[in-house]
Design a protein around this ligand. Structure first.
Ligand code: SAH
Ligand code: SF4
Length: 412
């Protein structure tokens, strides 16, 4: 599949000119789970355990888990009352202990090209701390509908061209909050099993882990969530239609193939370590050679299942023809496709997007070398719809910021 969008967040700027960017931030914010936990994001085994804990008899558990799974993930039930194949007493018992709550939608925007963006409010550490927010974007295309999903509030990494990296508040999302983003999109689009469409097809057909955060720094929750999303007795989005994008957390790349089995996208952005250290500081820990080796070792990659290499086009930084040549050379032997992304500017950034002519020249060289190299084009501009363009309500946008942001929404 072609990775379908450009997603990065719009946050507070903490630029320190000339100082080397720290590799990563520490301290994850805490998160207090709600008193009545949501069953969304729990595996079948976990649901069975929870049922056992409230006294459901062992002989009944398997069937109850199946019923719940169907109601939650095929029918999109929003409360236990809707689950009419489950006895009234059982429903009351479930209601007393659990919910099927999704993240709260704080804002919704619909673009005139059909792109939709939701700002989701999530619980924070305590009532004094402001609520955590992430965003999720739906991009309809003729042959598919792609949902761009976040894995963390903010990001602990500090890529110099990415706005999300400048956000201070960081915490991992739970598996439920990740699956919850798909649930919210299906709710809002009325995209559950009983949806009446001429084709009977679904609106959300693809998922890209390209919203806020580094998914491989939240490996367990992302894995658990994606196994639920791809479960064909539930949400049923196949692994080939799910793409996980990473800045290069090498130890977890092979695990992604083995334990999740989704398509892989690598945020490469530079062909020399010196430059990549600056753009993607994680490169200091896992340099290009190690990253490419992990790609060669990626289980299940083939010419039919290529790894996508994302390459943000930064004027005068990484966009020379020398870079293009080296890029082609270094990907030799890896089943790859290359996604060129015009840089999405944000207020205060020191980078500019490459000129269109240069992007075309670069793209043509790559194409002639035998690589598919789509360049992403903007979508949903009227609602600032690239993932991350929505700012939290506490931070108002200036007119200048709005203008800068308008240029940002990208899909291919
Ligand atoms: N953390 C993961 C996934 C989220 S970012 C990663 O880095 O891969 C998704 C993609 O958007 C990455 O390729 C990232 O490098 C790119 N990106 C971030 N900021 C950007 C910007 N301002 N313009 C264009 N692409 C950007
Ligand atoms: Fe942004 Fe991804 Fe880098 Fe995090 S890892 S700062 S989300 S580009």
């Amino acid at each position: 599949m072609t990775v379908s969008m450009r997603c990065q967040a719009m946050q507070t700027i903490l630029e320190t000119p000339n100082a080397p960017a720290p590799l990563e931030k520490v301290a994850l914010e805490t998160y207090v789970p709600p008193a009545k936990p949501s069953l969304i994001g729990a595996s079948r085994a976990e649901i069975a355990e929870r049922l056992a804990a409230i006294g459901v008899a062992p002989a009944q558990r398997r069937m109850r888990v199946q019923q719940l799974w169907h109601w939650i993930y095929v029918r999109g039930a929003k409360n236990f009352d809707e689950m009419t194949s489950i006895s009234r007493e059982m429903r009351a018992q479930l209601e007393a202990h659990f919910t099927v709550a999704r993240p709260e939608v704080a804002a919704e925007q619909v673009s005139n090209d059909g792109t939709r963006k939701w700002l989701l409010r999530l619980p924070s550490g305590d009532s004094l701390e402001k609520a955590h927010e992430v965003e999720c974007v739906y991009i309809p295309e003729t042959d598919r509908g792609t949902l761009c999903v976040s894995s963390q509030v903010g990001c602990t990494l500090n890529c110099s061209f990415c706005h999300t990296g400048t956000q201070r508040l960081v915490r991992n999302l739970t598996a439920g909050e990740i699956v919850g983003q798909i649930m919210v999109a299906r709710d809002r689009l009325n995209d559950w099993a009983d949806r009446e469409t001429p084709s009977g097809g679904r609106l959300v057909t693809n998922v890209v882990m390209m919203g806020m955060g580094e998914p491989l720094y939240n490996f367990d929750a992302v894995r658990d969530a994606l196994l639920i999303v791809s479960d064909n007795e539930g949400i049923g989005i196949s692994r080939r239609r799910i793409t996980l994008s990473t800045s290069g957390v090498v130890p977890n790349i092979v695990r992604t193939g083995e334990e999740i089995g989704v398509m892989l996208a690598i945020s490469l952005h530079a062909v020399r370590d010196e430059l990549r250290n600056e753009l993607v500081p994680l490169n200091r820990k896992y340099p290009i050679a190690e990253l490419l080796q992990a790609c060669r070792d990626y289980p299940g990659s083939s010419n039919a299942r290529r790894i996508t290499f994302e390459y943000v086009m930064l004027k005068g930084v990484n966009d020379s023809m020398e870079d293009a040549k080296l890029l082609v050379k270094m990907l030799k032997g890896i089943p790859a496709k290359i996604n060129l992304i015009p840089f999405n500017p944000w207020p205060g950034t020191r980078y500019q997007s490459s000129d269109w002519d240069q992007i075309e020249r670069f793209s043509e060289y790559i194409f002639n070398a035998g690589y598919s190299s789509p360049v992403r084009t903007p979508r949903g501009r009227d609602i600032l719809a690239a993932c991350g363009q929505l700012k939290s309500e506490t931070e108002k946008l200036s007119v200048r910021e709005r203008q800068a942001l308008r240029a940002m929404a990208m899909t291919d």
